[in-house]
Design a protein around this ligand. Structure first.
Ligand SMILES: Cc1cc2nc3c(=O)[nH]c(=O)nc-3n(C[C@H](O)[C@H](O)[C@H](O)COP(=O)(O)OP(=O)(O)OC[C@H]3O[C@@H](n4cnc5c(N)ncnc54)[C@H](O)[C@@H]3O)c2cc1C
Ligand code: FES
Length: 279
C-alpha cells in the first residue's frame, strides 16, 4: 500500500539506513519503457512523488577491476505493501543495466526518500502533467486521488508513439507527442494551458524534464494557480550529503532536491533549472 496523501506535504518518510536486497519478480515493456517489479515486503509505504536510489545487485559497474556505478534515482511508480514497481528508460549505462534485469535477479534499493506530493486543497481539480519518465510518480498519485474519490486529469507529453505507450500505465490520460505520431502534435504544456483556461480552479502536479517543468512553473505563476512540482535533478547520494542536486529558491539560496524535495510548491522555486542550466 502507498502511504495516504498528506494534507500539507508531510514530513519525509525515514528510509531504513541500509539498502534492501530485493528480488525482481516481473519485467514488462511498455514501448520505450521497462517496468520492473520487485518483492519488497519490509519497505516503508511510499508517498506518491518519493523516490529510491537503486542499483543492480550484480555487474553494477564497468567490470570486475573498475569502480562501481553510483546508485541511480528512480521515482516509485507503484507499491502495494508486498512489491514495489519502478519505471525505467534506457538512457545510459546505469539504466541499461537495470533494464537488463529479469525475474530472479537482485536489486539493491534505498528508500523511499524525499518529500512527496500532498492532497489537493479544498475542491481544486487535480491536473497531473508529466513528460517522459516524469510520468512515473504521477501514476501512483492518480491511483491515490481516484481511490479517495477525487477527479484527476492526466496530461502526458512524449517524444513519439513508442514512448507514448507508457500512457497505458494510467487509468486515463491525454497525450501530446513532439512528432504527432500519437495524440496531439505539440507540447504537453499546450494541453495544460488549454485545461487551465477551461477551468482555473485547479492545482497542477508536474514532473518531467527541467525545461518542461520550468514552463509549467511560469504558466502557473502567471495564472496564480498552485502547483507541486517533482524535480529530477541529477543525484549522487540521494540523502543530503553531496549537495549535487541543488535548485535555486525564490527566498534566496538553494534547496537540495533529494531531501527538501523532490516535490516542491512551485511558489518556493525561483526556477526549475539547476544553477547555470539553460532552458
Ligand atoms: C528524483 C528522481 C526521480 C527519477 N525517476 C526516474 C524514473 O522514474 N525513471 C527513469 O527512467 N529515470 C528517472 N530519473 C532519472 C534517472 O535517475 C537517470 O536517467 C539515471 O540516473 C541515468 O543514469 P544512466 O547511468 O543510465 O545514464 P547517465 O550516463 O547518468 O546519463 C545518461 C543521459 O541522461 C542524462 N541524465 C542523467 N541523469 C539525469 C537526470 N536525473 N535528469 C535529467 N537527465 C539526466 C545525462 O545528462 C545523459 O545525457 C529520476 C531522477 C531523479 C533525480
Ligand atoms: S543527491 Fe546528494 S545532496 Fe542531493
Amino acid at each position: 500500500m502507498s502511504a495516504a496523501l498528506p494534507p500539507d506535504g508531510g514530513s519525509r518518510t525515514l528510509a531504513p539506513l541500509e539498502r534492501r536486497l530485493l528480488e525482481v519478480v516481473e519485467r514488462r515493456e511498455h514501448g520505450a519503457y521497462v517496468v520492473l517489479a520487485a518483492e519488497d515486503p519490509d519497505g516503508p509505504a511510499p508517498q506518491p512523488g518519493q523516490f529510491c536510489m537503486v542499483a543492480a545487485a550484480e555487474r553494477w559497474g564497468a567490470g570486475a577491476d573498475e569502480r562501481p556505478f553510483l546508485p541511480r534515482a528512480f521515482s516509485v511508480l507503484r507499491a502495494d505493501g508486498k512489491r514495489i514497481e519502478l519505471l525505467l528508460e534506457d538512457v545510459g549505462p546505469g539504466t541499461r543495466r537495470l533494464c537488463e534485469l529479469r525475474p530472479g535477479d537482485g536489486l539493491r534499493l534505498l528508500g523511499p526518500l524525499g518529500r512527496g506530493f500532498s492532497a489537493p486543497p479544498g475542491d481544486r481539480r487535480a491536473i497531473l502533467c508529466g513528460g517522459g519518465v516524469g510520468m512515473a510518480p504521477l501514476a501512483m498519485l492518480q491511483d491515490e486521488l481516484l481511490a479517495g474519490g477525487r477527479d484527476a486529469v492526466v496530461l502526458l507529453g512524449f517524444r513519439d508513439a513508442e514512448h507514448a505507450a507508457g500512457a497505458k500505465l494510467f487509468a486515463r490520460a491525454r497525450v501530446a507527442t513532439d512528432d504527432g505520431s500519437a495524440g496531439r502534435r505539440g507540447l504537453v504544456t499546450e494541453l495544460l494551458a488549454e485545461e487551465l483556461a477551461r477551468d482555473p480552479v485547479a492545482i497542477v502536479y508536474g514532473c518531467g524534464p527541467p525545461a518542461m517543468l520550468e514552463t509549467v512553473r511560469a504558466l502557473c505563476e502567471r495564472l496564480e494557480i498552485p502547483a507541486q512540482l517533482a524535480l529530477e535533478a541529477g543525484m549522487a547520494c540521494g540523502f543530503g550529503a553531496c549537495y549535487g542536486c541543488v535548485v535555486p529558491l525564490r527566498e534566496g539560496g538553494n534547496a537540495r532536491v533529494c531531501v527538501d524535495g523532490p516535490v516542491f510548491d512551485a511558489e518556493r522555486l525561483a526556477s526549475c533549472l539547476a544553477p547555470g542550466e539553460a532552458a
